[in-house]
Design a protein around this ligand. Structure first.
Ligand code: ATR
Length: 280
């Protein structure tokens, strides 16, 4: 009998996770199957209990359940505690353990395209929500000491800086201040949903003042090239889109469940195929 895995979210029907995980099970000759479960917020508790009772070996957790699932789990590992959110659950002999592979997945993907170690880069994070929190805390935990945050609501960036358990040298800026001071940063990371389909014309700020060697990264992957990345590319800057984060968080989850590393290249190719674009 095979092992069942899955993802819970709402909405979930456009999730690409079943495509990449089921291909990885096939490629690695593992008897596993991954299914997307639509779970409404008010049915979360009983859905998690059902997955546990039915012996589902592991599952991903996506919007809007990443924080609200925490009370229904038996334990959190360090990554979930750092992020204050869960995107991956492992069922260990009937105990549900929450992990978070988003932050490490993002950093793994970003570091592949950097010329210098991430710890030597001056970083600007745009946004102060849940995604910013995961990335900011992971970078700080990995020894990045020069990270500033900018956000539409500056007080939220200040709050996140104060909550970071790994150093407090970061500055909080408004989007306008950050736009004017962009030449200070080696890596600019956009963590909000601004520019995501269908609002593809929007961008959080202009990168026209960025330094020529800067890397501009956007966690959005639909569209593959957001308005922000288009502007960065026109300026000759290096760009990094959200496909890498999506694929690497999935690969880390797959390894947590099976102990086996899937092919990043295959996962990436499947995602680009589904999104109808080419890699950048
Ligand atoms: P997520 O978990 O996806 O990060 P979130 O926690 O709701 O979502 O955070 C949303 C982030 O997007 C916030 O930084 C928010 O800015 P505010 O703190 O000022 O609300 C940012 N955001 C959302 N819409 C925005 C917009 N139109 N322009 C700029 N920033 C926006």
């Amino acid at each position: 009998m095979g092992n069942l895995y899955g993802v819970i979210g709402c909405p979930i029907k456009h999730s690409m996770s079943p495509d990449i995980h089921n291909d990885a099970f096939k490629e690695k000759h593992l008897n596993g199957y991954y299914h997307a479960f639509h779970v409404e917020p008010e049915r979360l508790k009983e859905s998690v209990q059902a997955l546990k009772i039915l012996g589902v070996k592991g599952f991903n957790v996506t919007i809007p359940h990443k924080i609200s699932i925490i009370p229904y789990l038996d334990e959190l590992d360090e990554t979930a505690k750092i992020a204050g959110a869960v995107n991956t659950v492992i069922n260990v002999e009937g105990r549900l353990i929450g992990h978070n592979t988003d932050g490490n997945g993002y950093v793994r993907s970003l570091t592949k395209i950097l010329q210098k170690p991430i710890q030597e880069q001056k970083i600007l994070i745009i946004g102060a929500g849940g995604a910013a929190r995961g990335i900011y805390f992971t970078l700080a935990h990995q020894g990045c000491s020069e990270i500033d945050l900018c956000n539409r609501t500056v007080s939220k960036a200040e709050k996140l800086i104060n909550e970071c358990p790994f150093g407090h040298t970061s500055k909080a800026l408004s989007l306008e201040q950050a736009e004017q001071q962009l030449e200070n940063y080696d890596v600019i990371i956009h963590t909000t949903a601004v520019g995501m389909h269908p609002n593809v014309e929007q961008k959080p700020l202009s990168v026209k003042h960025a330094k020529r060697t800067a890397v501009v990264s956007d966690i959005v992957y639909n569209p593959i090239k957001t308005s922000l990345l288009q502007e960065a590319e026109e300026q000759g800057l290096t760009i990094h889109n959200g496909v890498g984060m999506f694929v690497h968080q999935a690969a880390l989850a797959f390894t947590l469940w099976t102990g086996i590393e899937p092919s990043i290249e295959r996962m990436t190719a499947i995602v680009y195929d589904k999104l109808g674009g080419t890699s950048c």
